[in-house]
Design a binder for this molecule. Structure first.
Ligand SMILES: CC(C)(COP(=O)(O)OP(=O)(O)OC[C@H]1O[C@@H](n2cnc3c(N)ncnc32)[C@H](O)[C@@H]1OP(=O)(O)O)[C@@H](O)C(=O)NCCC(=O)NCCS
Length: 154
């Protein structure tokens, strides 16, 4: 694999990749998420040695819709890997960085609305499906997924 480095970045750095991979039918302004300005939002990017962003993930505290009383819930969004680099571990690397951030921030669970083709990617990372699949008319089939995370013990 190309030498890839994963780091926390300003959300704007990931907009071009997210638009290209996740919202190609929309303008780049549409990939900006409501929580991007929240100081607790953490955006991670996989970058090549010359700084190109080839992977992304965003985590932010947000109650889990089907476990609203559970404390420490974080939502994962914006998972994307540049098409040319898929299947080489970039997404897994970015996802692990996002999960590690949630753990260090004291989070207890992570949830997402996963595109169904990415379901096995999340299952490999310990997520399980909640409920039935549904279809977003613009994007396609989705499943809700979640996993617990555990505190770091000294
Ligand atoms: C989902 C997505 C982010 C995964 O990114 P990725 O960089 O391809 O992820 P990885 O390479 O870590 O893992 C993907 C697959 O490659 C395999 N893989 C991982 N490392 C590998 C390696 N070194 N060699 C070969 N295969 C490998 C994994 O087994 C995994 O298989 P799985 O899909 O059955 O779980 C990417 O496919 C993507 O951007 N898809 C389009 C947008 C999308 O659907 N995003 C998710 C929205 S919910």
């Amino acid at each position: 694999m190309t030498e890839i480095r994963v780091e926390q970045v300003a959300p704007e750095l990931t907009y071009a990749l997210r638009q290209r991979v996740l919202r190609p039918h929309l303008d780049i302004s549409a990939v900006r998420l409501a929580g991007d300005d929240d100081p607790l939002t953490a955006t991670f990017a996989a970058r090549t040695p010359d700084g190109e962003v080839v992977g992304s993930a965003i985590v932010r505290p947000e109650p889990c819709p089907w476990r609203p009383a559970d404390p420490g819930a974080w939502r994962l969004r914006g998972m994307a890997t540049d098409e040319a680099l898929r299947g080489q571990g970039v997404g897994g690397h970015v996802l692990r960085a996002a999960i590690a951030h949630v753990v260090l921030a004291g989070g207890e669970l992570i949830w997402c609305n996963a595109r169904t083709p990415a379901r096995s990617f999340y299952e490999r990372a310990g997520f399980e499906v909640h409920g039935e699949e549904w279809v977003d008319p613009q994007i396609g089939p989705h499943v809700a997924m979640w996993r617990r995370v555990y505190p770091v013990v000294d």
